[in-house]
Design a protein around this ligand. Structure first.
Ligand code: HEM
Length: 87
């Protein structure tokens, strides 16, 4: 993303965060309500609970990576806010 404008870069990162959070919630709902523990080899949308667990896990890994990038892009803001004089 070397050539990308800083604002465009942050919009892309925040978009990825939004979409992966929706995917985490969706797969989390499948794991909790549609294929609860003990659902064995039953499947929903072609995947078993075990496979949905793997999908949820890898989305969570991706999400964590993007959160880290988001925090790095705002590192200056975080540092200046932390050291800001009170009043
Ligand atoms: C930062 C966000 C999240 C992380 C890092 C995360 C991570 C994980 C991991 C590693 C597992 C185990 C998956 C496996 O079986 O391999 C899991 C399970 C699960 N997650 Fe998430 N998750 C996140 C967000 C969510 C959200 C938003 C929901 C709900 C909407 C959710 C609901 C669940 C459920 C229901 C399970 C199965 C628990 C069980 O075994 O009964 N997760 N999560």
């Amino acid at each position: 993303m070397g050539e990308m404008r800083k604002h465009t870069q942050q919009v892309v990162i925040d978009g990825l965060l939004f979409v992966s959070m929706l995917a985490l919630i969706g797969t989390g709902i499948v794991l909790e309500f549609i294929l609860p523990p003990g659902s064995r080899q039953q499947s929903a949308v072609w995947l078993t609970r075990h496979e949905w667990g793997s999908v949820h896990f890898w989305i969570a890994v991706f999400f964590t990576l993007i959160v880290t990038i988001h925090l790095c892009l705002h590192l200056k803001w975080i540092i200046t806010s932390y050291f800001k004089k009170k009043n």
